[in-house]
Design a protein around this ligand. Sequence first.
Ligand SMILES: [Zn+2]
Length: 345
Amino acid sequence: MGREVRVLFQPQPSPESPEGKRRFKNLLDAAGITPQLVAIPSRPATVEELARLHDRAYISRIKELSDGPGGDAGEETPFGRGGYEIALLAAGGAMNAVAAVLAGTVDNAYALVRPPGHHAEHDLGRGYCIFANTALAAKHAQLDHGLRRVAIVDWDVHHGNGTEHAFYNDPSVLTISLHQDDCYPPGSGLVGEIGEGRGIGANLNIPLPAGGGRVPYELAFTDVVLPALERFQPELILIASGLDANRYDINARMDLTAEDYRALTHLMMDAAERLCSGRLVIIHEGGYSDMYTPYCGLRIVETLSGLDSGVPDGTIGGPSSTKLWDHERAAVAAAAANVPKVPTP
Ligand SMILES: [Zn+2]
C-alpha cells in the first residue's frame, strides 16, 4: 500500500514563462537588429479559427478558467487569469506572420509568441501548450489564402504530437518532427508513425538519441527533411521552432549551439527558395534556458534577415561534437526509409 506524501517546499516558477521570450526580444534590441526588421502586429485568433482544430467545449473551458483565477488546460499546462487572451494572441500572431509572408510584405518571418502550441491536442492542453499555433497557421494558409500544400518542420526537441494528430489523415499538410527519442510526451513520436488513411506518408518522425548535436541534426536534414520536402513540393514551409534542443535546456538533453541553429536555418531557407519562392515562417515553440535561448533565436533571426550583429553567442565548451555515432546514423536511416512514402503532388 502506497501512502501519498505532500511536501510544501519553496515554490519555483514554471519553466515556461515570459522571461525567455522577453530576453530573446531584448537581445534583438540590444544587438541592433530590431530596428532593421518589419514588425508584424499580432491579433487575437477568433473562436471560429480555433475551432478548425479544437473542440468548442475545450475552447469555452479555457475561457471560463481564464476569466476566473486560471487553471490547467490539461496536462502540465497551467495558466493564470487572462491566459486565454494571451493564447489567442499567440495563435493570431502565427497567422498574421503567415499572412504577411503570403502578401509579400516581408520575405520571411519569425513569430515570437507564447504560450507554445505543438503539444496541444484537439480537446486537451499538454506540455504548456493551449492552442495549436503552428497547425492553426497552416490551416489559415489553406482556408484563408487558398494554399493547397503546406509543410511543417518541427525542430523543437520534443515530439510535435498535437501537430501530428491535427493532420494525421490529411495528405495536404506534411508534418515532420525531429525530437529527442522518447522525451515528451513519453512514448510519442515513433519512427513508425507515418499517418493513416489518405494521410499515410505525410507524417515523418525523426527520433534522435539523446546527446546529439549538429552532426546528427544535419544528417537528418540532408537524408530526411530535405528529400521529403522535395517530394512533397510545399507552397509554404512553417517551422515549429522550439529552441530547447540547445545544450543548456533544462527540459531535454541535446547539444545544439546557436551556430547550429544558424546552419539549420540556412538549410531551410535554401529549401524554401528552391520549392516555394522563399516562403518560410518560423513560429516559436519551446526553449527553457532563459540564458541561452535568446542567442539561438538571435542567430535564426540574423540568418532570416541577412543581418549580422557580431554579438558572440555565449556558448561554453565550443562547437558540438563532430562525431557521428552508429546509433545516431541508424536512427536517421530508419526515418529516411519513410521518405519514399511522402505524397507527391
Ligand atoms: Zn519543446
